[in-house]
Design a protein around this ligand. Structure first.
Ligand SMILES: CC(C)(COP(=O)(O)OP(=O)(O)OC[C@H]1O[C@@H](n2cnc3c(N)ncnc32)[C@H](O)[C@@H]1OP(=O)(O)O)[C@@H](O)C(=O)NCCC(=O)NCCS
Length: 190
C-alpha cells in the first residue's frame, strides 16, 4: 500500500527515491550503539540507495522539517517460509519515547497482515528492552533465543531473541491491540 498515515507531527510514507539522502542522514545520525542492532550496513550509501529503488515494503516517518525520524521494513521470507514476514524498525533519538515506534510497528503489522503473511517475526538483540517491550505489547512472544548469534561493531558477541506473532491470533485480538484503528488510518482513501 502507498497511502500515507498522518499524525499532527509526523507522516508515515512509503520509501521512495527522494528519501535516499535524508535516510542516509538518519542512519548516520544514530548512535553507534543503535546502528549495531541493525542487520544491514546502513552506513553504506549504496545499501540505502538500493533500498529506495528495490520495491521492498519500507516506510519512513518524516517531520515537517523534512527530516526522517523513523524507519520500518516488512520483508517477506522466501521459499518454504514465504508465509512469514520479518519486521525491522528503528526510531531516531530525538523522537524516542513519544509513541513513534509503536505507530510504525502497528503500520508494519497491518501492512504485513494485508499482504497475506500468516506469521510475523522480529529479531531483537537480547538487551534491547525497549524493542522487547514494544513488540510484546503488540502481542509478539519470544520464540527462540540464539546465543552469541551476532557480533556488534566492536566484535562482542550478543544473544538474539526471535519474537513471533501468529496472524490468526492477531485478528482475534484486533480490538485489544488497537490495530483496527491503525487499519482505519491506512484505509483512508485520501
Ligand atoms: C525500539 C524502538 C523502535 C522504540 O521506539 P520509540 O519510538 O521510542 O517507542 P515508543 O515511544 O513508541 O514506545 C512504545 C513502547 O515501547 C516500550 N519502550 C519504549 N522505550 C522504552 C524504554 N526506553 N525502556 C523500556 N520500554 C520502552 C514501552 O512499552 C512503550 O510503551 P509505553 O510508552 O506505553 O510505556 C527504539 O528504541 C529503537 O529504534 N531502538 C533501536 C532499534 C531496535 O532495537 N529495533 C527493534 C528491532 S528491529
Amino acid at each position: 500500500m502507498t497511502e500515507d498515515v498522518q499524525t499532527p507531527e509526523v507522516t508515515v510514507e512509503a520509501l521512495g527515491p527522494g528519501h535516499a539522502e535524508p535516510l542516509q542522514r538518519f542512519f548516520a545520525g544514530l548512535p553507534e550503539g543503535d546502528r549495531t542492532f541493525i542487520k544491514e550496513d546502513v552506513t553504506d550509501p549504496e545499501t540505502v540507495r538500493g533500498w529506495a529503488e528495490d520495491g521492498t515494503a519500507r516506510w519512513v516517518a518524516t517531520s515537517g522539517d523534512g527530516q526522517i525520524d523513523g524507519y520500518v521494513a516488512v520483508r517477506r521470507l522466501s521459499g518454504w517460509s514465504d508465509h512469514v514476514a520479518e519486521l525491522r524498525l528503528v526510531v531516531g533519538g530525538r523522537r524516542r519515547g513519544a509513541g513513534l515506534g509503536r505507530l510504525l510497528a502497528r503500520h508494519a503489522v497491518t501492512e504485513a497482515i494485508s499482504s497475506g503473511a500468516t506469521k510475523l517475526v522480529v529479531e531483537v538483540v537480547a538487551e534491547q528492552g525497549a524493542a522487547l517491550a514494544l513488540f510484546s505489547g503488540l502481542g509478539f512472544r519470544g520464540e527462540a533465543l540464539l546465543e552469541d548469534h551476532i557480533r556488534d561493531r566492536s566484535g562482542q558477541l550478543r544473544d538474539l531473541l526471535v519474537l513471533a506473532h501468529r496472524v490468526d491470533a492477531t485478528w482475534s485480538a484486533m480490538d485489544t491491540l488497537g490495530l483496527g484503528e491503525a487499519l482505519d488510518g491506512v484505509a483512508d482513501p485520501g
